[in-house]
Structure formats: C-alpha cells, structure tokens
Design a protein around this ligand. Structure first.
Ligand code: 3HC
Length: 694
C-alpha cells in the first residue's frame, strides 16, 4: 500500500501522507509523494494539489531513524520533491494540522501556498538535533518572516502557533476544517486566477540587510549557545540568504548541513532525542496496564518546592489543593507563587490572563480533609523520615481508593515511606528539581512494592505536566543525587591538589555546564551542604576521604553568596577571586600533606566528569537506573549537563570506558574504595564495548 493516498475532489487532487506515527519523510514517503505528484501532473482533470497528513499530524520532518542509512539515499530526495513542487504546473497547497516541522515545513515552503487549522504549529527544530534546516529552511523562511524573526525561529527551534505563523506570513490562511478548507482555498485561488510567487524568488525581506543585524544576532545567540555549534552555523546560512543568489545560498546551506551532520554534537543530540523517548518506556510492564487519570492534585507543604510543584500543575490546567500547617506559611508560599508568576508576566513570557487562570486553579487549605478527593497527593514537607511516615500514615486513612501517594523526597527511602501505609502499591517518589516550575526533570522513584499502574501513571503524568520523566529504583540519592556527590566531591579533591575554584568553574562551563560546581555551592549556600553532609556522614564507610574544605569555609563565615563570600568574594552579583578562600584551601592541603600542583584544563575536565560515569555504571548494575540513556536524560534536565554532549554516560562512552575505568582505579587509590570501578564498567572496558552491551 502506498504511503501517500490519492483522491480527486472535483478539480483538486488530495495527497494524504500516511506514515505513522508522525508522517516523517522516509524513503517510502518520498517515493509515495513522487508517484502521487506524477499522477496529479498527468491527470488532466486536476488543476490543483493539496498535500496533507493523515492521522494526528502533518509531516514532522525528515525521518531521523533513517539518517545515515541507505534509505536516506533513496531517490527522490526531499530536494527533488521540493524542486518538483516549486515548479509544478498546477497550484500546490500544503494543508497543515498537528505540527509541520523541519523537512515537513520546508516541503510546505516549496508549495505555492500554505493553509493551517487553528491548532496547528510550525517550526524548524533541527537545531535541537545539532543540525540546521538542510532543505532550504534557512533560505526560504527568512524570505517570509524577515531576517531577525527568521534567526530567532531557526536558532531556537521553537514551534509557533497557526495564528502567529499567519501574522508572520509563513502561512497564507487559517481554515476551520483541514481537508475541505484546503480544497476550498485551492478552488477560490483557481477561480480568482491568483498567482503565487515561489518563496525562494521573494527577495524583498532579504535584500540590503545591515551587517550589524548579524553581528548582534551572533552575540545574542552565542551567549545562549553554551558551546553549541549549530545556532551559529544557522546564522551564517541566513546571512548567505541575504548576500548570495538563491542557488548559491541553497548550495551553501547544503554544505554547512553536511558539516553539522558529521559533528559529534549532532551524534550527541540525536542520541538525546531518542533517549528522552526511550526513558518513557518501562520494560516488564504489560501493555494492558493503563495509567490512572490525574485530574486533580494535592500538595503538602507550601515552601519553595511545594509552591513550584503547584505552579507546574496549575500551568498544565490541573487544579491544585495546596496544604500547609499554619496560615502564615500558606500565605508566604502563595505570595512567592504570585511573585513568580508576576515576574513571568513582566518579562512577557506569560500573559496576565494566563497567570490569573493558573492562580485560580490553586486552592490553599489548612485542612487535611480537603485533600481526600484528589487523584494524586505529593508530599513536599520536611526531609525527615519520621515526618514523612506520619504524613503517609495519615494520608493512608484519608485519601480516596486509587489515589497516588507521592513523596518529593530527594534521597529518603520510598520503601520505608510506603511501609507507613496499608497501600504500598500506590506509593511512589516524584522527585521534582528546584525551581520546580522551571526544571524539566521529574525523577519518579519506584519502591519494591510500587504497582505497575502507579508507575505508568506518574510517567504519563510527567509528560502531561510538561516534565521529562525518568524512572529510578529506590536507592540513596536515586539516580541524580547519588552521582552528584562524586562530581562535587572530586571538584573539592582537585582544589586540595592545586586547582583553583576559577579553573574548575571555567572548565565546567567551557564543557557546557550551566554553572561550575564551586559557583553552584556558593549559590546554594555552603551551610546547607554542611547540614546535609552531617546527615549523611553515617552512610560514608570508614576509609573514605571527604574533603573538609566546605566545612572550613563555613567555619570562617563563608556561606556563599548569602554572606557575600564563599569560594569567591561577591559584590552584588559579580564574583571575584578571593585570596582568603584560596588560603583556606591551601591550609587544608597542608594539613593532609597533599602536594599542590598545576592541572591542565583537560585534566580537570576528565577528573570532574569521569566519576559520574563510574557511579552511573554502578546504577545500571544494581538496577537503580534502567539504562545508561535514562541517566543522560536525568542529568541533562536536572543538573544542567550540556545536552550537546549527550549526557554523562554518552560522553563517557565517547571519552572511552577503558579510560574511565583506569581513572576510577586511580580515584579509589586516592579517595577510598567507594570510588572504585564496578563490575559492569570493568567488563565493558575489558571487552571494548559500550552501554548497549550492558
Ligand atoms: N523521524 C522519525 N521518527 C520520529 C520523528 C522523525 N522526524 N519525530 C518523531 N518521531 C518518532 C519518535 O521517535 C517517537 O517514536 P517512538 O514512539 O518509537 O518512541 C514517535 O515518533 C512519537 O514521537 P513523540 O513521542 O515525540 O510524540 P509527540 O506527539 O510528543 O511529539 C513531535 C511529536 C512534535 C513530532 C516530536 O516527535 C518531535 O519534535 N519530533 C522531531 C521533529 C524534528 O526534529 N524534525 C526535524 C527532523 S530533521 C529534518 O527535518 C532535516 C531537514 O531539515 C532536512
């Protein structure tokens, strides 16, 4: 059966691309389109062609599962089809619903006209895959939108709604019904004798553009790119659209596309794309297990975390009942929520109306009974087991049957929390990251008794509330925090051995981390770190070294940003290197007889990230994480790990698991047996294999 349906409606041929799930431009679809266009060309009754998508969407782009395979070389190429469409002797109309993305939108841009239903979205998201739109997107889109908007859309990869696409000239009309609306549009255009100039020939918006536009864009986009190469390459291509002929611009774009295609960043970002989707798939859960419906949410604790979680649900249109123990705490929490929304409104990222709608969905309460009818309750109270157990035992007697009972704990045992209830199957961890309304990661944690239905429910819920869910098994610190201690721990050992806070932070941000580990500590507050380290001291076995630098800084009143001094000295938001902090670090080196030396940046980089890979491997080994790529998803979305590095496990595999193994042996020698490599890493290093052999 063809992947492209062909039906004639009067004088209009309707070509329906039918290739689930997202009608990607696979070899089969390109072949189907080529044949259908040939048929329409030779059908004398046909005067116009409408191209639409069957199912839930228009074409979501090139088929990325075929990238680099023989299928991607099958003719006709996307560019062949675009050439055919652009010069087609009959009117061609793209009719868009769902999303027209990447190659899908690029194909539509070679039709004579584009219409969309009101709910449709369009975009060129190739940048998220480390690519640029390689089928003329950088040359055609700015010809419709103008250069500045074009740069913004293509370097961000954002999807825009039909109404905005209409205002920007990307589409020509909005239709209520996809098929009949598009056919009517084609008929009217034929009746009017309306002519459409091919987009590639419309030069007015790309002529005489001041070079300063590109200089400004490079500065702005470069500051956000954190080492990504695709956004800057996109600007080069858009500049070429303004300075070269159409044919030269298209050739230049093709050349730069191939350059990006061959890059490590493209490989990492594509790995990440599939990793995020894979993370939602939980092996061993039968297909007939369905998620429970989450239409309402209760949250216990109106602190920073509870408030952020409340905003997340309200933003997704889910009513929230927010409980705290006293009115003052509740008022304080709601004030913070209001203030956060207010900031978003003043920045223009949400409308006043949207803020009012979200706030109206949050109902504060002091009464536990008000939580009873909710579909899920998320406890975000004090991080103490006795407090959690008391709350869960109370919820057990209160919540309706089938409600999910979730804890936002960041390291306490979900098994133990579940034991306080008579329904441990309904108990699960839902670990949000601060600020919860911003950070994408939702680390769901199953205990030994969490039911399949509960697991599927919180994984599905994560997607609905706009988070990226990853499933962990109960373990101290779960997936992310368990690894974090090795990253920050090694950073402190590096300080003892001679690296400076500046060097470590510079190397981390050069690598692409949102923030270096020393600045992160200063921001979070060193006193907090000391409290949490004291709490966890019992779990650190004898013979393990933990650097006392943080404790010494706190003793000297250096709590971090809040006291204007920590690893650095602060004047407002500006930070400066501080000899006093360095002297404290040097005194620790001296106390432990550690000879200080210089480190190269590459050495620091490897030392910082290798321990993450080693601990991640142990998580796969003991089942804390289902797969290496889940760890990558957690670190990208919860810890600011650069997505264009693919995540720590992907990075580790590129760096060489044998080298990571060697470094773990050395770390164990220096720091203690906890740093030693596990059996899995040892085997993979020995066999020269990657995580897919785990
Ligand atoms: N090619 C192949 N498979 C794709 C695909 C694509 N372009 N886009 C999505 N899929 C697959 C996913 O891998 C997933 O498969 P799975 O069920 O086996 O895991 C399935 O389609 C459904 O995807 P989602 O789970 O993401 O479904 P959503 O409904 O949440 O989102 C979407 C749909 C908005 C289309 C989202 O999948 C998306 O953003 N896709 C990527 C679009 C993209 O990047 N297009 C550009 C491709 S590169 C290109 O076009 C190059 C050109 O310039 C030459």
């Amino acid at each position: 059966m063809s992947t492209v349906g062909y039906e004639v409606d009067g004088e209009v041929a309707v070509l329906a691309v039918d290739y689930p799930p997202v009608n990607a431009l696979s070899a089969a679809v390109r072949t189907g389109l080529g044949e259908a266009l040939e048929r329409a060309r030779s059908d004398s009754a046909v005067r116009a062609v409408v191209i639409l998508g069957a199912g839930k969407t228009f074409i979501a782009g090139a088929d990325i599962t075929e990238f680099g395979t023989e299928k991607s070389q099958v003719k006709p190429s996307l560019q062949d089809i675009q050439g055919e469409l652009e010069g087609f002797p009959k009117l061609t109309v793209a009719a868009i619903h769902g999303t027209a993305l990447g190659g899908g939108l690029e194909l539509a841009l070679t039709c004579h006209a584009r219409v969309a239903v009101p709910t449709a979205k369009v975009g060129l998201p190739e940048v998220n895959l480390g690519l640029l739109p390689g089928a003329g997107g950088t040359q055609r889109l700015p010809r419709l939108t103008g250069v500045e908007v074009g740069i913004d859309l293509i370097t961000s990869g954002k999807h825009i709604a039909a109404q905005q696409a209409l205002a920007l000239g990307v589409i020509d009309a909005i239709v209520d019904d996809l098929r009949s609306g598009a056919v009517a549009f084609a008929r009217e255009a034929l009746a009017d004798g309306r002519g459409f100039v091919p987009v590639i020939e419309r030069d007015d918006k790309v002529t005489d553009i001041d070079a300063a536009v590109f200089a400004t864009a490079r500065k702005k986009v470069g500051a956000k790119a954190r080492g990504k190469i695709a956004p800057m390459t996109i600007i080069d291509c858009i500049e070429a659209a303004c300075t070269r002929s159409a044919a030269e611009g298209l050739a230049y774009e093709k050349e730069r596309f191939q350059e990006l295609f061959a890059s490590d960043q493209r490989a990492a970002l594509m790995h990440y794309f599939f990793a995020e989707r894979q993370a939602r798939k939980i092996p061993g859960i039968p297909a007939d297990v369905k998620p429970r419906s989450i239409q309402s949410c209760a949250i216990i604790g109106a602190g920073t975390m509870g408030g952020g979680i409340a905003m997340t649900f309200a933003n997704a249109g889910i009513p929230v009942t927010l409980l705290d123990l006293d009115q003052a705490a509740l008022d304080r929490g709601l004030d913070v929520v209001r203030k956060n929304y207010g900031i978003s409104v003043s920045r223009g990222s949400i409308s006043q109306e949207r803020m009012d709608r979200a706030l109206a969905l949050i109902t504060p309460t002091l009464a536990y009974d008000d939580l009873a009818p909710c579909d899920i309750v998320i406890e975000a109270a004090l991080e103490r087991m006795d407090v959690k157990k008391e709350i869960f035992s109370r919820l057990d007697g209160l919540m309706k049957p089938g409600a999910v009972l979730a804890s936002n704990t960041s390291y306490l045992s979900i098994d133990e929390i579940a034991s306080a209830t008579s329904r441990p199957g309904d108990v699960v961890g839902c670990h949000f990251f601060s600020p919860a309304n911003v950070m994408k990661l939702l680390e769901n944690v199953r205990s030994a008794t969490t039911s399949d239905e509960t697991i599927i429910t919180v994984m599905e819920m994560g997607k609905v509330i706009g988070k990226v869910p990853v499933l962990a098994r109960n373990a101290d610190g779960f997936i992310g925090n368990r690894m974090l201690q090795y990253y920050t721990g090694e950073a402190e050992f590096l300080l003892e051995q001679g690296a400076t806070p500046e060097q470590i932070d510079r190397v981390a941000t050069r690598f692409g981390m949102a923030m270096g580990p020393m600045s992160m500590r200063d921001m979070a507050g060193m006193d907090m770190a000391v409290v949490s380290r004291k709490g966890r001291a019992a779990s650190i076995p004898a013979g393990e070294r933990v650097s006392p630098i943080v404790e010494r800084l706190v003793e000297a009143g250096r709590y971090g940003q809040k006291t204007a001094k920590g690893f650095y000295r602060y004047e407002g938001r500006e930070k400066f290197s501080d000899p006093e902090a360095i002297a404290i670090i040097e005194s620790v080196s001296k106390e432990f007889g550690i000879t200080r030396r210089e480190f190269t940046d590459d050495e620091v980089e490897a030392r910082l990230f290798a321990p993450l890979v080693n601990e991640g491997a142990k998580e796969i080994e003991d089942g804390t994480a289902i797969r290496a790529s889940d760890i990558d998803v957690a670190w990208v979305n919860g810890y600011g790990f650069p997505v264009h590095r693919g995540g720590p496990m992907f990075w580790g595999e590129q760096y060489g698991l044998d080298r990571i193994y060697q470094m773990a042996l050395e770390a164990a020698e220096r720091n203690g047996p906890r740093w030693a490599p596990g059996k899995l890493l040892e085997r993979l290093a020995r066999e020269g294999k990657g995580w897919n052999a785990a």
